[in-house]
Design a protein around this ligand. Structure first.
Ligand code: PEP
Length: 249
């Protein structure tokens, strides 16, 4: 198994002062380790405070929750991949279901963001997932593979090392309903096979994370499911001690 990846998506939570308090508690519980990767995705305006709080912990990595696909220009309110990179980010979430469903982000925009991220040297974590209605209609595989193909439209084999995938069923995000380990593995195995068709080689190098109502109680069994390389966690990453217990799973 690859080294597991634990990614915390704080969404629009934790102001800079709260983030500093969070990090003091979290770092007290989580010493340096070589056997897992931890990545935080704070809100953009909290990002600098987290960089400061982690200055002595380069083992803990940082990402942004969103980017614009252009490098610079008249895009009020947006941040580019190169600004994120220069600020200390190594990762970016792309195509999170809240971006797709609340902000109307399209597959085409997701593909442009992935391309912009890899150009700037960020690793893009491409989120895919079906809605509850699509799941009930038996369309899960078709939906997630189509989102995957669209997101990888401009990704070359050489860039495969700069992309990850997160399977996040929309019906499981923030709802308390979690996919079973079998549901997660079934989707991950289908995604892995499709990555093999898209990338020829290099598909095995692309980690696939599971996200959707992960908590302390279910993290271990989800992480233990075949082809689950890590966890992308929203709500349960907001409490420092709780998050520490998940990353120590
Ligand atoms: C997420 O936002 O990516 C997520 C998985 O949220 P939650 O863990 O709260 O379901």
């Amino acid at each position: 198994m690859r080294q597991p990846i634990f990614a915390a998506n704080w969404k629009m939570n934790h102001a800079p002062a709260d983030a500093a308090v969070f990090m003091r508690t979290f770092l007290a519980h989580f010493g340096k380790r070589q056997d897992r990767s931890v990545i935080f995705f704070p809100p953009a305006l909290t990002f600098g405070a987290v960089v400061g709080a982690l200055k002595d912990r380069p083992d803990i990595l940082l990402g942004v929750q969103n980017i614009h696909w252009e490098d610079k220009g008249a895009f009020t309110g947006e941040n580019s991949a190169s600004i994120a990179r220069a600020s200390g980010a190594k990762y970016v979430l792309v195509g999170h279901s809240e971006r797709r469903h609340v902000f109307g982000e399209t597959d085409e925009q997701v593909a442009k963001k992935v391309a912009s991220a890899t150009r700037a040297g960020l690793t893009a974590i491409v989120c895919v997932g079906e809605t509850g209605a699509q799941r009930e209609a038996g369309e899960t595989t078709q939906v997630v593979l189509s989102q995957l193909r669209a997101a990888f439209a401009h990704v070359t084999n050489a860039e495969a090392g700069n992309v990850m995938v997160a399977y996040e069923p929309v019906w499981a995000i923030g709802t308390g309903k979690t996919a079973t380990p079998l549901d997660a593995s079934t989707a991950h195995i289908a995604l892995r096979a499709e990555l093999g068709r898209i990338l020829d080689s290099g598909s095995l190098a692309v980690p696939i994370l599971y996200g959707g109502s992960v908590n302390r109680g279910n993290a271990a069994e989800l992480l233990g499911a075949p082809d689950v390389d890590g966890l992308l966690v929203g709500g349960a990453s907001l409490d420092a001690e709780g998050w520490a217990s998940i990353v120590l799973t």
